[in-house]
Ligand binder design. Sequence first.
Ligand SMILES: Nc1ncnc2c1ncn2[C@@H]1O[C@H](COP(=O)(O)OP(=O)(O)OP(=O)(O)O)[C@@H](O)[C@H]1O
Length: 494
Amino acid sequence: MAMATTNRHLAKEPFNIHEDEIPLDDASTQSHTQCDDDDADNAEDYEDHLDDEAEDDGHETPDEDGDSDSSSASDENEPIDLTVQHDMEKLQTTFPDFKDNYRLIKRIGEGTFSTVYKAEDMQYHRYDNKWDIDAKDHQWTPPPLRSALHAKSEPMSRHTRRKPKFVAIKKIYVTSSPARILNELELLHDLKDSLSVCPLITAFRHADQVLAILPYFRHQDFRRYYPNMTIYDMRVYFRSLFTALAAVHEKGIIHRDIKPTNFLYDPEKKRGVLVDFGLAEREGTDCKPCLCHEDRQVRKQRLHQSVAFSSAHAGPQPGYPKNDTRPSRRANRAGTRGFRAPEVLFKCTEQTTKIDIWSAGVILLTILCKRFPFFNSADDVEAMIEIATIFGSKRMKQAGQLHGCMFDTNIPTIGVQGFSFEKIMLWSTCRSDGKDAKTNALTEEERGAIEFLTRCMDLDPGRRISAEEALRHEFLQVDREEEAEMDEEEVMML
Ligand SMILES: Nc1ncnc2c1ncn2[C@@H]1O[C@H](COP(=O)(O)OP(=O)(O)OP(=O)(O)O)[C@@H](O)[C@H]1O
């Protein structure tokens, strides 16, 4: 078993997977060199997976949200599909020491890039578990020597038996490029101390098989709780999500795949963790200057020049040339359809952490409108049409120009002005039938949510709120309210 340079449960050294023991198999390396060559192809690759996912957005079944302490009994009794059982057995035999370290319980998620299993961490008590936010003893203790991993465990009496501790084992498919896997693990390692981010405990490689070990995080299926969320619940949920985003963005990392299934939220404990850094990247990777980062005056001047140039050569003609010889614009479009920011759709070459804020805004829009998925496009052009229907052609044109793109449409359902989020929320929650003026108007707290949403879903990434600013926004000031409520209760008790 090849182990990462990090000691298990204690990551001190820079993360580095040793590839010296058994070289990664050529086939997997090759297939991904092709993907990595070309961002556009890569994006298509992701789209296929992500498109499937939007239909089947939840990986969990309703009983997969069991508490890490209490669900074990029901987990044990759950029937396991034969193929899953076969895969689990294969996984246990592939990694020689696996059974000494982990006891596989069930499959909890399956994506295009990985399968995730719930397992009991058999050696939990032998390590420093700084990552365990639920641990009573949260003190740092020196890690054991590596040889302790192979030491025979002492038999435990019935009385001394400790509570089982669970982990999520992410088996990354061999079709993922080694560079991509390393990128995910390195980013997770960088984020190991970040609030609300699911930390990486350790990772293993055997031949072309890579396992990432994460703490198992109890959560519920988004589809189960979002229809009943009050505005207060939303504020608590987004406080937690933006805490994670602020931590990720502070490190200059773009997550790129913010969506409900990647934010594991426990409504009871009112906390969530961000997972899946498979598409994440450092801001500035493969970046080329884009007009959106220029000064407003410079941008205006460039646009004038380009319009003047096209008028002089072919006249200002709407439409597109039949034989377009211009090289197509390339940019990273990785992400999930329906959650992609407008600048991603416009193929901005200088994308920033703000693309995550837009996606978080889409989650808020989904909850406020009680429709999941809110956007349901088959491709980027349809996605653009959906956004344009809300924002109107005038603002879409301006948004396109920010990135040096022209936006034009003759689709009759896209008006010039678009619609306000307030109207969309009332329509989608069937509160605009004109009968009752009171239910057909937003409450003050709903207006507060819409105001926050408007800041998150600003078409201009430069004006869009940052995670840090969002945490200071009125809408997310839930801690202070809770504290005030607690103080009040204390006063009452006195
Ligand atoms: N730490 C964890 N605790 C509990 N469940 C987890 C954990 N990590 C992942 N899961 C479950 O596994 C699912 C898939 O995990 P993840 O998103 O990391 O893999 P993926 O292959 O990239 O998936 P996708 O293709 O859906 O993006 C999650 O949606 C979640 O249900």
